[in-house]
Design a binder for this molecule. Structure first.
Ligand code: NDP
Length: 448
């Protein structure tokens, strides 16, 4: 089949997360819900008490026994941190609810709904950062306040992440916003992990998932970096180049996210993943704690890069960003023009598909086979990994801990590609098989 061929095959099916869960999925959910928060706490313990060595922290845990180790080393709660975090949530919720923004549409849900969102995240991000950074320079706020309260904040965000996940499950069972898009698996554990509702809302517009995925965690990401950079400055009297480079990579990633918030409503998180522990705890707790590990590490254990190392890391990371943005843009660009446009100076090629939703209606879509989507089926994931590699490389190669982000992203994105392809196959059937034939590589062309 030539690369420019257009095949039309209708696939009358719907898609989404598992509808039934047996004991294997329940146990898997339980293990992840127990293991990942423990990992997050172990990182903090390693940074604070074991010179950034996760292996030393693990060895100590084995020697002391898990219960006495947890009692002696786990972070303690602080009422100041709880009050600060509660205020943070309220301020971000206020911004989300009341700041002006662009009205945008998500992807059609399996139940046939086309939901609207108000993209005002960039404005919320700008106001928050101007207030915090401006306040720091004017002397109203200690710029290292987040870093100095990190222990208590870790407890506060964790608690909120768990409470939110329980509330989301309870709402899904008893007060679902869109019954047609709700999934109940028969396993309370699996439902807790994967989520019951696809788009839980307060009223018609206040979207639980959209708010929690973006605002409390991602707005905080760059503030946390800033605070750890200030902490480094207060400790050693200067900010290292490695800290500046990694903070700049994070800044680009976060600003890109908010600048393209409209696009985000059509990604897997918003379009397909249900709102359970994975997203509720993941985005409020895991994201701000794990994704900032490099600045947390550098603030305590500064790394000095040579000029050549700095330039090489910058070049690699920025190339990753360029591919990431360009691949993510191409899909939206071509779909918005129904394939009537050029990419890289040539008319685009694609596979035209039909799919049906559970209300029985048929819809059209297209799978792009040129541009980055013709290079590999997830070139955007490859580009994300390039950025992750560059971010971690700023911390040098002596410790595993600051590389956690790269290893986590590799597992996450590979697993996500498997999940996504399973879902795309059930949505597009033979058209998806045809796409895989035309674009044989999953993530890295020529390798995987
Ligand atoms: P994508 O944006 O890659 O979206 C995948 C969807 O795109 C598929 O489900 C399908 O949806 C559609 N699609 C698949 N193939 C084609 C094609 N050939 N042409 C047109 N549409 C196609 O997925 P993600 O939401 O996972 O990723 C978005 C970005 O976010 C990526 O760059 C990723 O790296 C990044 N990311 C970052 C994370 C982080 O924590 N930092 C976590 C996860 C993702 P449809 O139903 O519309 O056809």
């Amino acid at each position: 089949m030539p690369a420019t061929a257009i095949v039309e095959i209708s696939t009358p099916t719907t898609w989404g997360r598992a509808s039934k869960a047996g004991w294997d999925k329940s146990i898997g959910a339980l293990l992840v819900v127990a293991a990942v928060p423990t990992w997050l706490h172990m990182n903090w313990i390693a940074l604070e008490q074991y010179n950034g060595s996760i292996t030393a922290a693990l060895r100590a845990a084995l020697k002391e026994g898990p219960v006495s180790f947890a009692y002696g080393h786990f972070p303690r709660y602080s009422s100041q941190a709880i009050a600060g975090y509660a205020a943070w949530l309220l301020v971000q919720a206020f911004f989300y609810g009341y700041l002006p923004g662009t009205l945008c549409y998500g992807q059609r849900t399996p139940g046939g709904h086309l939901l609207t969102y108000t993209a005002n995240g960039l404005l919320a991000w700008v106001i928050t950062h101007v207030a915090y950074i401006g306040g720091s320079f004017l002397g109203f706020v200690d710029p290292a306040i987040i870093a100095n309260h990190w222990e208590g904040l870790l407890v506060a965000v964790n608690t909120y992440g768990f409470v939110l996940s329980i509330l989301a499950q309870w709402k899904g069972y008893f007060f679902p916003s869109y019954v047609e898009d709700r999934k109940i698996s028969g396993s309370i554990l699996f439902d807790f992990w994967a989520g019951v509702e696809l788009n839980p809302r307060f009223g018609k517009y206040w979207d639980f998932k959209f708010f929690h995925n973006g605002r409390p965690g991602i707005v905080a990401w760059t503030l946390i970096d800033f605070s750890w950079a200030a902490y480094q400055y207060q400790q050693i009297g200067h900010v290292t180049t490695s800290m500046i480079i990694v903070s700049m990579f994070h800044l680009i990633y976060v600003v890109d996210f908010f600048y393209n918030e409209d696009w985000y409503t059509r990604t897997i998180d918003i379009s397909h993943d249900h709102f359970g522990f994975m997203l509720a705890w993941g985005d409020t707790t895991f994201l701000p704690c794990l994704y900032t590990l490099q600045t947390q590490y550098l603030a305590r254990y500064p790394t000095y890069l040579t000029r050549t190392q700095s330039l090489a890391i910058l070049a690699f990371g920025l190339t990753g960003y360029f591919i990431f943005r360009s691949a993510n843009y191409q899909r939206d660009y071509v779909r918005a023009r129904d394939g009537k446009c050029n990419l890289w100076g040539k008319p685009v090629t694609f596979i035209r598909c039909k799919y049906s939703t559970s209300d029985g209606k048929e819809h059209n879509s297209l799978l792009l086979t040129s541009g980055w989507w013709g290079v590999s089926r997830h070139a955007n994931y490859m580009a994300d990994l390039m950025q992750a590699w560059a971010m971690c490389a700023t911390c040098g190669f002596t410790h595993f801990l600051p590389w956690s982000y790269f290893f986590f992203m590799s597992v996450l994105l590979y697993h996500r590609s498997l999940r996504d392809e399973k879902r795309c196959h059930s949505k597009y059937g033979k058209n998806w098989e045809e796409y895989c034939k035309q674009v044989p590589y999953r993530i890295i062309p020529g390798v995987l």
